[in-house]
Design a binder for this molecule. Structure first.
Ligand code: C2E
Ligand code: MG
Ligand code: MG
Ligand code: MG
Length: 289
């Protein structure tokens, strides 16, 4: 009887596995044509200057639109794209589209930076450099910040550093995304040309009522400032957290309290309603790289 029930459990487990594998395959197949079929869309989430509540810039967030009007979130399809070279095509598409959108925003008087997320895989070969080379004439590197996570660097630190240094020398900047959830490695912070740290939203979302998270956020801000990095708190959802973050000296705020990620058109409306601060090109932190 025991053996029989074990067998039954195994069957359920195996059906689950098959279902996931099939779903995965279905997504991987559809993903191949998503660029050609123009199913990708960029959303923008404002990044706010903590000192005066002006719009400092925006994070570019990718959305995959389905035929029925729904969206598959990036956390679902980016990991699948990362299993092939498709991720490079997607990253390159995002960069090109964001730069076109930036030109539209600039006509409206926008002077801020766009934050573009890179995948770990993008730093492990020269695809990113090739992509940027091709569109070099259209890009102002000082207006672009690439967001990377620590895991991106850990796999092949030598190659990742090479790509980052080359891009920093061209005028781009790097922000360390989701800081605090990964390795929080001090050697990485010390050795890589990072000019900004983004505190992971898991520490920020409930910080108003969570003492330990407040201590962690305060410490990350102190660490970032000691390293001459700017700091962004992501996941700002309430007014109490904003007050705390301002007292702690956090430079920039991002979260649902200000705005969810919105379409380009809606972002333009936000800019109209809340004018951006004067000039917000990033300054290069270290010239020695
Ligand atoms: P991320 O880079 O850490 O982006 C921030 C995520 O937090 C976004 O989720 C954003 O919608 C969400 N968020 C912002 N404010 C709040 C808040 O106040 N509360 C809560 N609960 N969430 C907030 P999204 O857009 O679903 O993106 C998820 C992840 O997918 C991103 O995390 C990033 O790692 C990845 N991703 C998004 N776009 C791209 C892309 O173009 N390329 C690559 N490689 N990855 C991307
Ligand atoms: Mg990000
Ligand atoms: Mg993040
Ligand atoms: Mg993330």
């Amino acid at each position: 009887y025991a053996a029989k029930s074990r067998k039954r459990h195994w069957k359920i487990y195996s059906e689950d596995l098959n279902k996931n594998a099939l779903e995965h395959l279905a997504i991987a197949n559809k993903l191949q044509n998503a660029i050609d079929k123009q199913q990708f869309q960029l959303f923008y989430q404002p990044i706010i200057k903590a000192s005066n509540n002006s719009i400092h810039g925006a994070e570019v967030l990718l959305r995959w639109k389905q035929a029925d009007g729904s969206y598959i979130p990036p956390d679902t399809f980016i990991p699948i794209a990362e299993q092939s070279t498709l991720i490079h095509d997607i990253t390159c598409w995002v960069i090109k589209q964001a730069i076109e959108d930036l030109a539209i925003l600039d006509k409206q008087g926008f002077t801020g930076c766009l934050h573009i997320n890179l995948s770990a895989k993008d730093l492990h070969n020269n695809m990113l450099l090739t992509c940027l080379d091709k569109i070099a004439a259209k890009v102002t590197p000082q207006r672009i910040i690439f967001e990377v996570t620590e895991s991106a660097m850990m796999t092949d630190i030598k190659q990742a550093t090479k790509v980052m240094v080359e891009l920093v020398n061209s005028g781009f900047a790097f922000s360390l995304d989701d800081f605090g959830t990964g390795f929080s490695s001090f050697p990485l912070l010390r050795d890589l040309p990072i000019e900004q740290i983004k505190i992971d939203r898991s520490f920020v979302i409930n910080m108003a009522s969570h003492e330990a998270n407040q201590s962690i956020v305060r410490s990350i801000i102190f660490l970032a400032k000691s390293l001459n990095c700017t700091v962004v708190a992501e996941g700002v959802e309430d007014n109490t957290s904003i007050g705390l973050l301002q007292v702690m000296g956090c430079h920039y705020l991002q979260g649902y309290f200000f705005s969810r990620p919105v379409s380009l058109e809606q972002y333009q409306q936000l800019l109209d309603a809340l004018p951006p601060a004067s000039s917000e090109s990033h300054q290069t932190r270290l010239n020695s790289f």
